[in-house]
Design a protein around this ligand. Structure first.
Ligand code: GAL
Length: 418
């Protein structure tokens, strides 16, 4: 009897072993919340006996990650998967490097469980070439609730209320806004203000379609005006990394941070509860608007000589879209699942709020792609945008001049062919 049971088990184990392949995954998720989220995937792969090779690139999703990826692809040795987002996916697919995931998409019914906005980003010429892991909302204002309560401040919903709150916070000796001194962090703040001051139409005109006219230039100057006012409440010399800025809100040194909800991953990682230890508020003036940032893994075409690695690659993609991963990963990461057919019971107030706003903004036409996080335009234009915002942050000029400079940078990015 025992032998009868043992034989099939042995065969299953041997089969699993012989199909066990390796996945090499390029990513830049190094913070506490990010690493905890990614760990879920590593564990799932280990459970199915596939080996995980970590290709971790320090310094976020900027040029560094891109250069390392290019070097490997040009050598004919791409990783199995890479954390590539937005329009960059199109670039790699156009060059013919990405694998076709349509079979898996059909098996898991991606067409019906993914919102159109998400599915479109993952497709090239109608074929799925990348797998989405989450939807991040960028236009969040994180607030330390103890500071706000102590100073009797109700969460600000417009800039007038924000300015009044800022005065009180500064006079009480706290840092008003925590902001790390990096281009992408400045741009994250800037784009949320552009949405707030200019509205959705202006935002997509300028950052997605790059339509410049007198009216838009005038609004852009108003955005810079607000940006420079908000910057007065920040201390650029205080921190560099976004995680340190988040930490200063968690610890109660600073009252606010404008950051995507990967910041919530840090609050969660520090055992902090929304509405108790901190508040997640839409950036003033962006209620019912949603700047989205979708993280995704693009799957590379692999050499045919190792079928077990291809099996492992499919397993990786299958796991990412599976409910267990979508739930566990996003609980840690601060984002919401990409699947619309999942229960959110285990998610907190901020995630439920985010999901509601995601769905309603999609209907209202106020769901917009983040330019700072590579969703709105090409990597080249995004690069010039980030660089110029960084310069204009460190060396402020008049709002009108700043608006002109930014338009020039975006135009320049449009002319460059890469
Ligand atoms: C974003 C990325 C997030 C988060 C953040 C900070 O661009 O989409 O997942 O990691 O950068 O690293």
């Amino acid at each position: 009897m025992r032998l009868i049971l043992a034989v099939p088990l042995l065969i299953t184990l041997l089969l699993a072993k012989s199909f066990a392949g390796q996945v090499e995954v390029l990513h830049y998720w190094t913070s506490g919340g990010e690493a905890a989220a990614l760990e879920v995937l590593k564990e799932q792969m280990a459970e199915s006996s596939h080996q995980w090779l970590d290709f971790e690139v320090a310094g976020g999703g900027g040029e560094n990650a891109n250069q390392q990826l290019q070097a490997r692809v040009l050598k004919g040795d791409p990783p199995t998967a890479a954390l590539i987002k937005g329009l960059d996916i199109q670039r790699w697919a156009r060059l013919g490097f990405l694998a076709n995931l349509n079979d898996l998409a059909a098996e898991q019914n991606w067409a019906n469980i993914l919102p159109t906005e998400v599915a479109n980003v993952m497709k090239h010429k109608g074929n799925f070439v990348a797998v989405p892991v989450n939807v991040h909302r960028v236009n969040w204002l994180w607030a330390n609730s103890r500071i706000l309560n102590q100073l009797n401040i109700t969460p600000p919903t417009n800039w007038q209320e924000f300015d009044a709150a800022a005065q009180k916070i500064a006079s009480a000796g706290y840092q008003v806004i925590a902001l790390g001194d990096q281009d992408w962090q400045h741009a994250t703040l800037f784009e949320t203000l552009a949405l707030s001051v200019g509205g959705p139409e202006f935002y997509s005109d300028v950052f997605a379609d790059h339509t410049f006219n007198a009216k838009n230039s005038k609004i852009l100057a108003q955005v810079f005006d607000r940006y420079y006012q908000v910057l007065q409440y920040a201390n650029l010399n205080a921190v560099t990394e976004w995680t340190d800025a988040t930490e200063s809100v968690i610890s109660g040194e600073a009252a606010f941070q404008v950051m995507g909800d990967w910041a919530k991953g840090e609050f969660t990682n520090a055992n902090k509860q929304p509405n108790n230890d901190y508040f997640c508020l839409p950036v003033p003036g962006t209620q019912e608007m949603f700047l989205f940032n979708i993280d995704s893994f693009a799957m590379f075409k692999l050499k045919k000589t190792k079928p077990e690695d291809q099996i492992a690659q499919t397993a990786l993609a299958r796991n990412i879209m599976g409910e267990p991963f979508q739930e566990a990963f996003n609980l840690n990461k601060g984002s919401i699942p990409v699947r619309t057919d999942m229960s959110l019971t285990r998610f907190d107030y901020c995630s439920k709020f985010s999901m509601n706003e995601f769905l309603s903004s999609s209907e209202k036409g106020t769901l917009l792609p983040s330019i700072a996080h590579g969703m709105a335009t090409t990597g080249t234009i995004q690069g010039y945008f980030l660089e110029r915002i960084g310069e204009l942050t460190r060396n402020p000029v008049s709002p009108e001049k700043a608006a002109k400079e930014l338009v020039k940078a975006i135009r320049y990015g449009q002319y460059i062919i890469r």
